[in-house]
Design a protein. Structure first.
Length: 115
């Protein structure tokens, strides 16, 4: 079993920055894809960014140039650096890891951006 623990959420003013972390523990072998998703009230969950084991990254159009996903394989941790935050970035952010075809989720961390 794999457990994911997120940290780094909070309240920030528009234009500010936050860095989210998601650390995995348990039976870690080789995490294929690490992703960040978010869900705002009344909206569907959407993929914000993902990074493969080979370092290929993909971003939601609305966060390109503002968010950066990275991973530290030795620490089994994913990061999401967020700058120039906007009120529309307000959501619960979840990390999602894929290992050997199984999907694991973090508990979610609230990000609130005030205008």
């Amino acid at each position: 079993q794999v457990q994911l623990v997120e940290s780094g959420g909070g309240l920030v003013q528009a234009g500010g920055s936050l860095r989210l972390s998601c650390a995995a523990s348990g039976n870690i072998f080789s995490i294929d894809v690490m992703s960040w998703l978010r869900q705002a009230p009344g909206k569907q969950r959407e993929v914000v960014a993902s990074v493969t084991s080979g370092g290929f990254t993909n971003y939601l159009d609305s966060v390109k140039g503002r968010f950066t996903i990275s991973r530290d394989n030795a620490k089994a941790t994913a990061y999401l650096q967020m700058i120039s935050l906007k009120p529309e970035d307000t959501a619960v952010y979840y990390c999602n890891f894929v290992q050997l075809g199984r999907v694991y989720w973090g508990q979610g961390t609230q990000v609130t951006v005030s205008s």
